[in-house]
Write a protein that binds this ligand. Structure first.
Ligand code: KG4
Ligand code: ZN
Length: 345
């Protein structure tokens, strides 16, 4: 009961998330998504997302408080994603959080969206082992982070590598579109792949040749893979034969997961780190989870992945990181906290 009650707000993309935690106990995780409004455009439309956040914000705050059985006046601190993400979308969350902090007379903590994807695991598996190696894979990012302090204090979240083109989730979404699957495509590829053969087609593993590894040992590239899938599908269509959707999905998914897991484990081993944490929307992928577990075990590396519902964008992850900041005595933000669409980790 003594631990602080923290309310977290997430609006960096198309999910309006409000989470409430006490310490690292999850009390509520209310999410309103505008994903269906974007589906017909095949991607998130920033203006549509911002408006949807405005409409959903207050009801989602209310729903989170009701679920947690707390009054707003009980909240000890407000945490909010202030970047990276869509500028207009972030502004709605940041402005809302400031209004709450000001009216309640409580501190506000600006949190980094990427670090929050990692911090959320504490709600499920307890305190984050530090140092740990975090593989962050979402619709907008694919990064390897060496985490010595998840609050980012004193360089505590250190980027070792990142994608040089598309993010992993973006690749899933684009390939799904090629295969005629709905947006966002990740979960649909995941499902289709279960019926397919992952070694049916040998798709390229990005940045994996010896020469690539010299300069890009811990970096990713998925645009060449996406193009290879497009060419393969086009050739099939030209030949008049049906496209084996399940086999393409499984082989593509294997190419992505293979590189992600190999490079993440290489990064962890190179730093002598024994804990791998996987976060972000793509961490919900069943093959990624299984492959990481299987390969890590061989190296004596432990893997932590939050349950799928905590991998995709939500407010609980923001509250979780805010709670860690409070616990570690980090200085709160001021009320002029800016939204920063390209906030680095
Ligand atoms: O973290 P997130 O919810 O939002 C961003 O911060 O980007 O990630 C969304 C991404 C989308 O690209 C979606 O297709 C992907 O995560 N995703 C998946 C799965 N579930 C969501 N990708 C592969 N397999 C899944 N099961
Ligand atoms: Zn995200």
């Amino acid at each position: 009961r003594d631990e602080p009650l923290v309310l977290g707000i997430e609006t960096s993309c198309d999910e309006t998330g409000v989470g409430i935690v006490r310490g690292h106990t999850l009390l509520a995780d209310a999410v309103a998504s505008s994903v269906e409004e974007h589906a017909r455009f095949g991607g998130v439309v920033p203006e549509v997302a911002s408006r949807a956040h405005l409409e959903a914000m207050v009801p989602t705050i209310q729903r989170a408080c009701d679920t947690a059985g707390v009054a707003l006046s009980d909240v000890d601190a407000i945490a909010v994603t202030h970047g990276p993400g869509l500028a207009g979308a972030l502004l709605v969350g940041v402005a809302s959080a400031k209004a709450l902090a000001l009216s309640l007379g409580k501190p506000i903590y600006g949190v980094n969206h990427l670090a929050a994807h990692v911090a959320v695991d504490q709600l499920e598996h307890g305190p984050l082992p530090e140092p740990c190696l975090a593989l962050l894979v979402s619709g907008g990012h694919s990064s390897l982070l060496k985490v010595t302090d998840i609050t980012g204090y004193d360089g505590g979240v250190d980027p070792m590598g990142a994608t040089i083109d598309d993010a992993a989730g973006e690749a899933f979404d684009k390939v799904a579109r090629l295969l005629g699957l709905p947006f966002p495509g990740g979960p649909h590829i995941d499902r289709a792949a279960r019926e397919g053969n992952q070694v049916a087609i040998d798709f390229p593993r990005g940045l994996s040749t010896r020469r690539d590894l010299e300069r890009h040992r811990f970096d990713f590239s998925f645009s060449g893979l996406k193009t290879a899938v497009a060419r393969w599908v086009e050739a099939r269509e030209r030949s008049g034969e049906p496209v084996p959707v399940a086999d393409v999905a499984a082989s593509f998914q294997e190419a992505v997961c293979d590189v992600l897991v190999r490079k993440a484990l290489d990064a962890a081993s190179s730093e002598g780190i024994e804990d791998l944490m996987i976060g972000g929307g793509v961490a919900a992928n069943s093959r990624l989870r299984a492959l990481a577990e299987e390969q890590a075990t061989k190296l004596g590396i432990r893997v932590r992945v939050p349950r799928p519902g905590l991998c995709t964008d939500n407010g609980a992850m923001v509250a979780a990181l805010g709670s860690t900041m409070v616990a570690r005595g980090r200085t709160p933000s001021t009320l002029d906290l800016p939204a920063d669409s390209s906030l680095p980790v």
